[in-house]
Design a binder for this molecule. Structure first.
Ligand SMILES: C[S@@+](CC[C@H](N)C(=O)[O-])C[C@H]1O[C@@H](n2cnc3c(N)ncnc32)[C@H](O)[C@@H]1O
Length: 255
């Protein structure tokens, strides 16, 4: 177990998953290719819809036994394949939430034969009813004005008013702009704020978080910042180097 902690394997997750011990993971954050034909320097996003669904079921089956009894599983998808994939996972895990990530895409042009799609669909699943969940770690504090407006006696002293509200299942977090300091050279890098919310609410401090599709390593960075351990896989060797650079930078900044 020791030799996998804080490791990124440059390998196909389906080939390397045996390295992860059964029932060892507190949290899985899976952000697979979406079957959109993106270029990740490999063919992973070039499958037909049927191949994509078959492949999705294969890796899902491979990672579920690695979860602890208290473990959680988040999966990023698009609306196109989430119905089939959610139905599949629901046969194996308890579905806790469907989260809509509103990428806060500015209103410009867009589709002319459909409504412009501006969200990703995230499934939040747990292995058992004993799943770890720390809402207090991700509450959103009220601003002074709103707090003041809630002065009716029935609200006074309410925990949620003092320590903030539940982020709910619609997460409006801007995608990373090309000029943003957080931006790395990866086509589908997720914002840290988004991954932080999963890591903080759904894994204990010191826990082990698994990312089968590391990409630019956002999960690893969130784990370092939030005192969790990580392990993951990434097919593209250049992305693996990018992740190592990102980790070195963050470690230097934290010195
Ligand atoms: C959607 S991106 C992940 C982005 C990541 N969440 C981030 O914030 O940067 C998916 C990544 O999975 C990688 N990948 C695709 N198939 C894989 C496989 N079978 N095993 C490991 N990595 C894979 C791709 O190279 C790509 O970088």
């Amino acid at each position: 177990m020791k030799n996998i902690i804080n490791t990124i394997f440059n390998e196909d997750v389906l080939k390397g998953i045996y390295k992860i011990p059964d029932r060892s993971l507190d949290l899985i954050i899976a952000d697979p290719p979406y079957c959109l034909g993106k270029d990740y320097g490999n063919n992973s996003d070039k499958m037909s819809p049927n191949e994509y669904l078959k492949w999705s079921y294969l890796w899902i089956d491979a990672v579920i036994p690695k979860m602890k009894e208290t473990g959680n599983f988040y999966i990023f998808l698009t609306w196109k394949y989430s119905p089939e994939i959610f139905s599949y996972i629901k046969q194996k895990l308890i579905m806790i939430n469907e989260i809509i990530w509103d990428r806060k895409v500015p209103s410009m042009g867009g589709s002319t034969r459909s409504f412009t799609s501006v969200h990703d669909t995230i499934g939040f699943f747990a292995k058992t009813k004993k799943y770890f969940f720390d809402l207090d770690a991700v509450r959103i504090p009220y601003d002074q004005e709103t707090k003041k407006a809630r002065t009716r006696s029935i609200f006074v002293g309410k925990k949620w008013l003092e320590i903030g509200y539940n982020p709910k299942d619609l997460w409006s977090i801007a995608r990373i702009h090309a000029q943003a300091p957080e931006r790395e050279k990866h086509p589908t890098q997720k914002p840290l704020e988004l991954i932080d919310r999963m890591v903080l609410s759904s894994s204990p401090e010191g826990g082990l978080v698994f990312d089968p599709f590391m990409g630019s390593g956002t999960t690893a960075i969130s784990c370092i910042n939030n005192n969790r351990k990580f392990v993951g896989f990434e097919l593209n060797p250049n992305y693996c180097k990018l992740i190592q650079n990102r980790i070195s930078k963050i470690k230097k900044a934290n010195l």
